[in-house]
Design a protein around this ligand. Structure first.
Ligand code: NOJ
Length: 567
């Protein structure tokens, strides 16, 4: 970790122009089943999203990323796709999608959709054909079917474990086994197969032709496996929901430890081909990698000029609430992204991790438990929210592109006491409940404090129950209320845009001590006090934004961030 005294001040130089939208965009993740329900069945849908798009325009984000809404048996909440070109009836129709896209574009919002190329659903026609055709058939070649080990092939072909728990192989009736890095209902595709490659290029074109602005690529580091699928005794780190986060040192400079199923060099050829597909379309379309790889220099390889445009910076999300560690990750993020001319990205919450308002209220602030339930340590809700707001204001002050997860603009915590019998995440079932899973961060949003289901659905039905405490977080309880989390986000997003902070630079200001992260981005000074004690601010600052109340003009309380201009 770099110490305060030896650190060079200028880490990242500002750009003269804003450049392509994805270099600086704030992108809001919509998790369709939990955003807004138009039909009244308790599950969010595309018409529900369209009806609430004005909220996102008012909030001031630049783009929306939609998690999967494709035809799917929902074994992994839509990340098990049965038809990549169809909308699941649960969420609406293709016409509903077109209407959503049109409305978003009218409101000045770009739209990114999710692409899930590592695996299909077991209900995809290819997998059904593979099951019907049997061993040795061409149909099986599109997936990773193998004979088992042991005298009667009764042992899996290798020792890989599923990321959701249990073996990564399932045996079928004829004795063969197929690989699934996730649930058994998500068979991995064979990316050495030319038909798999051409099919996904075609799927990209299908959505590009409809007008989408880009794709978030699921498990972007997983499609190509080491030839021979060798045994591996390591365990997968930097995965969704894991508390096995890399240390900041590993994220910054570690040797990488992803094993033979992840981050293989061959994956980059796929992204170069996709880059060429996108280049045939006008309008700066973008690819963003969901790649849990370390160190950051490996991640930078996904965003070389002829590959993807962005990669999620999970090293930032995985870092504890600790100023030296965060400074180190922030600095390394710029150094590595700048080395390939890509924008840095920032993210604190998504549908796979405990929301940052809850993680930051844990005794080990910022740690990542695999979900939180009854009997587990319960976060300090007030402290978690205070820190979450400070973390967000720090993040939005950083140049680059930032991702927000639906509901964080309301300060939502996870549902940390969901009854186990209501849980749906396959990770909960495949680990026998040892992992609580990700349902706690996927609870339907509260829009109206006094309505049934907090206004999520016209019938009041919600597919997961909302905590009663969420009345205070509802949008209508915060809109227009000065100092509310919603208005703090809105104000910060407006300032970020007006001051061009997304394409600004980062120059450390070392005057505040080790517990404080302070830097200048253009002429905005960002000061985040991660310690518990107040720190003194220079005289004459004009405070532009603050994550919490300030007692006076020269004191910055603990767990608080400000944006300010010097006299
Ligand atoms: C990452 C997605 O974000 C997660 O929700 C999903 O379960 C896995 N990939 C498998 O598709």
């Amino acid at each position: 970790m770099t110490s305060l005294d030896t650190r060079p001040a200028l880490v990242h130089a500002p750009s003269a122009t804003d450049g392509e939208w994805w270099r600086h965009a704030v992108i809001y993740q919509v998790y369709p089943r939990s955003f807004a329900d138009g039909s009244g069945d308790g599950i969010g849908d595309l018409p529900g999203i369209t009806s609430r798009l004005p909220h996102l325009a008012e909030l001031g984000v630049d783009a929306v990323w939609l998690s999967p809404f494709y035809r799917s048996p929902q074994a992994d909440a839509g990340y098990d796709v049965a038809d990549y070109r169809a909308v699941d009836p649960l969420f609406g129709t293709l016409d509903d999608f077109d209407a959503l896209l049109l409305r978003a574009h009218d409101l000045g919002l770009r739209v990114i959709v999710d692409l899930v190329p590592n695996h299909t659903s077991d209900e995809h026609v290819w997998f059904e054909a593979a099951m019907a055709a049997g061993p040795g058939s061409a149909e099986r070649e599109r997936y990773l079917f193998r004979e088992g080990r042991g005298p009667a092939g009764e042992l899996p072909p290798n020792n890989w474990q599923s990321i959701f728990g249990g073996p990564a192989w399932t045996r079928v009736a004829d004795g063969q086994w197929y690989l699934h890095l996730f649930d058994s209902r998500q068979p991995d595709l064979n990316w050495e197969h030319p038909e798999v490659r051409s099919e996904f290029e075609d799927v990209l074109r299908f959505w590009l032709d409809r007008g989408v602005d880009g794709f978030r690529i699921d498990v972007a580091h997983g499609m190509v496996k080491e030839p021979g699928l060798p045994d591996w005794d390591g365990h997968v780190s930097m995965i969704e929901g894991s508390d096995d986060a890399a240390s900041p040192e590993d994220a910054v400079s570690g040797a990488g430890n992803q094993g033979p199923m992840f981050d293989q060099d061959g994956v980059h050829e796929i992204y170069r081909a996709w880059n060429r597909v996108l280049a045939q379309y006008a309008g700066d379309r973008a690819l963003v990698a969901e790649a849990w790889v370390e160190p950051l220099s490996r991640l930078a390889r996904y965003v070389r000029p002829d590959e993807m445009q962005q990669a999620f910076n999970f090293a930032f999300l995985a870092t504890l609430w600790d100023a030296p560690a965060l400074r180190s990750v922030i600095e390394a993020s710029y150094v590595t992204a700048d080395s390939v001319g890509a924008p840095t990205t920032w993210v604190l919450s998504n549908h796979d991790v405990v929301r940052h308002a809850s993680r930051l209220g844990l005794a080990e602030a910022g740690s990542r438990p695999n979900g939180i339930g009854h009997g587990d340590e319960q976060p300090d809700e007030e402290l978690g929210l205070r820190r979450a707001r400070a973390a967000t204001l720090l993040m939005l002050g950083l140049p680059g592109s930032a991702y927000l997860y639906q509901g964080e603009e309301l300060g939502l915590p996870d549902h940390t006491a969901l009854p186990d019998q209501l849980r749906q995440d396959p990770a909960f079932f495949r680990t026998g409940g040892a992992e609580r899973g990700r349902d706690g961060c996927r609870v339907p949003l509260p829009w109206a404090a006094d309505e049934a289901g907090f206004g999520f659905s016209p019938t009041g039905v919600t597919w997961l129950p909302q905590p009663a405490s969420w009345a205070a977080y509802a949008l209508d309880a915060q809109r227009g209320v000065a100092g509310s989390t919603y208005e703090t986000y809105r104000g910060a997003l407006a300032l970020r845009r007006a001051e061009h902070l997304g394409t600004g630079g980062l120059t450390w200001d070392n005057a505040f001590g080790d517990e404080v992260i302070a830097f200048e981005n253009r002429d905005v000074l960002v000061v985040a006090n991660l310690g518990a004690d107040p720190v003194e601010l220079p005289v004459g600052l004009t405070v532009l934004a603050s994550s919490g109340d300030l007692p006076d003009a020269t004191t910055l309380p603990g767990d608080t961030t400000i944006w300010a201009r010097r006299a």
